[in-house]
Design a protein around this ligand. Structure first.
Ligand code: SAM
Length: 263
């Protein structure tokens, strides 16, 4: 089947071909019959087939018209609902509108990893969990701890919404064509809203972006427009620290302090 489809670089197409890895990923997802799962980028169906087999019915979001046509000829609509279009614009909340929690899975196109993760984060409240394959380097940044080199905006903004764990790595040889980089499987489980919620999410995003904008600079410099020495004292925060030392909770504390002050 894959011989007939020329993999398209612009859609980040690397198709899984190692049956052991496919089985391992499906086992990690642990689909249970009747659950509502949406797969992003089904491609040639490496994960779609085994998911459908275990669930009975599956939703997929795919952008490539040739692949959509192929999926339509091989799968009846009562088993596979195909949402044609760009996952970056897809309203994932619509699949959970009746209150059924949604599970999201996929071997994601690596060229849109960051925007798709931020888009999906907006639906965290409707989602039960998400299991993705991504470039290992991106997964390392997602799960990074404060004080490490990988820790940055992506870590803070995703860890704010999700508990995340790297499950296992997948070598390039598991795909056709083989990507240049190592991949990893990551699981994302939304955190309870009560756990750590910023009063103003947009403000939190701005502060985190500013704090990591110039990595070598201290908070005194990067947050200059927001906090003066008296504010740092009130927050009991050392202005000589760099953003990479602050935990998610500390960023939330700064955002809430500014929101409370009406700034
Ligand atoms: N799931 C298949 C597998 O594991 O073999 C294919 C994975 S391939 C890395 C990524 C898939 O996402 C391709 O099928 C590609 O066409 C699709 N895709 C790329 N960009 C997309 C987008 N913006 N929205 C929806 N699907 C997209």
């Amino acid at each position: 089947m894959s011989e007939q489809h020329q993999a398209r670089k612009r859609f980040g197409q690397n198709f899984l071909s190692d049956p052991n890895i496919i089985r391992k990923i499906i086992d990690a997802i642990r689909p249970v019959e009747g659950e509502r799962i949406v797969e992003i980028g089904p491609g040639l169906g490496a994960m779609t087939e085994p998911l459908m087999e275990r669930l009975g019915h599956l939703h997929v979001v795919e952008i490539d018209r040739d692949l959509i046509a192929r999926l339509k000829t091989t799968h009846p609509p009562e088993r596979l609902t195909i949402h044609e279009g760009d996952a970056l614009k897809f309203d994932f909340g619509s699949l959970a509108a009746d209150g059924t929690p949604l599970r999201v899975v996929g071997n994601l196109p690596y060229n849109i990893s960051t925007p798709i993760l931020f888009h999906l984060a907006d639906f965290a409240e409707r989602v039960k969990d998400m299991t993705f394959m991504l470039q290992k380097e991106v997964v390392m940044r997602m799960v990074a701890e404060p004080g490490t080199e990988e820790y940055g905006r992506l870590s803070v903004m995703l860890q704010y919404r999700f508990n995340m764990g790297r499950l296992f790595d997948v070598p390039p040889g598991a795909f056709r064509p083989a990507p240049k980089v190592m991949s990893s499987i990551v699981r994302m489980v939304p955190r309870p809203v009560t756990e750590c919620t910023a009063a103003d999410y947009a403000l939190l995003g701005k502060i985190v972006t500013a704090a990591f904008g110039q990595r070598r600079k201290t908070l005194r410099n990067t947050l200059r427009g927001w906090l003066d020495e008296a504010d740092f004292a009130a927050l009991a925060l050392d202005p000589g620290l760099r953003g990479e030392k602050l935990s998610v909770a500390e960023f939330v504390r700064i955002a809430d302090y500014l929101a409370a002050a009406g700034r």
